[in-house]
Design a protein around this ligand. Structure first.
Ligand SMILES: Nc1ncnc2c1ncn2[C@@H]1O[C@H](COP(=O)(O)OP(=O)(O)OP(=O)(O)O)[C@@H](O)[C@H]1O
Ligand SMILES: [Mg+2]
Length: 213
């Protein structure tokens, strides 16, 4: 039996509603496991008990007035617990951490979508992440109408999915801006394709990552 390889790697999956993050997590996980790595799969907001409670508030709260700043701070409250309790220990143990959404989502939704300035988000980011950054981010991109259609076929809309098309256009644009600014870290997956074609795109990126581990 080969022993498990020990190299911590933090990979985040990003993209708008219905872009295919959750669907492709399993495929990505399988690739790393087959290559002999230990994988931890988690998500944001959430990933811990308190984080999942915050997720419930943020995604499904009814009849509650959640201000933009409250939303932002709750995202980072869940994130600090997630880093402390789950992500950092897993990386220390040499695991591959696959996280369904992370801080790019905050820049895209609370920044691009809600209009909170980047520098305010950056203040919280520095405070919470203490220099921790994803090693690789897979940005699943597709036209928003298609993503919303896919998401609506899947489940009833959450608090964010009830937003306007203009909101989602701003989210998409912000994600693509981040990808342009950080091409080394952020790889764009064109999700307006069949699952097999999406897997082919993932193979190109992940085989390269695996070769270099
Ligand atoms: N390549 C594809 N072609 C057609 N349908 C797809 C494809 N990939 C995923 N789907 C379907 O689209 C829906 C949304 O996908 P998924 O739940 O993975 O999106 P997501 O990015 O996790 O969205 P959210 O941000 O809302 O969690 C699912 O029902 C999924 O089965
Ligand atoms: Mg999902």
């Amino acid at each position: 039996m080969t022993s498990k390889k020990k190299v911590g790697l933090f990979i985040t999956l990003e993209g708008g509603e219905g872009a295919g993050k959750s669907t492709n997590l399993e495929y990505i996980q399988r690739k790393f496991i087959d290559a002999g790595h230990e994988v931890l799969v988690t998500r944001e907001p959430g990933g811990t008990k308190i984080g999942e409670n915050i997720r419930e508030l943020l995604l499904h709260a009814k009849d509650q007035n959640i201000s933009d700043n409250t939303e932002l701070i709750l995202m980072f409250a869940a994130r600090t617990q997630h880093l402390y309790e789950i992500i950092e220990p897993a990386l220390l143990q040499g695991k591959i951490v696959l996280c369904d959404r992370f801080t790019d989502a905050t820049f895209a939704y609370q920044g691009g979508g809600r209009g909170i300035p980047d520098d305010r988000i950056n203040t919280l980011k520095q405070w919470v992440q203490l220099g921790r950054e994803p090693d690789l981010t897979l940005l699943f991109d597709l036209p928003i109408e298609l993503g919303l259609e896919r998401a609506n076929n899947r489940s009833s809309p959450d608090r964010f999915e009830k937003e306007t098309l203009a909101f989602f256009e701003r989210v998409r644009k912000k994600y693509l801006d981040i990808a342009r600014q950080e091409p080394g870290r952020v790889k764009i997956i064109n999700s307006d394709n069949t699952s097999a074609e999406v897997h082919d795109q993932l193979d190109v990126i992940l085989d390269d990552v695996l070769d270099n581990l």
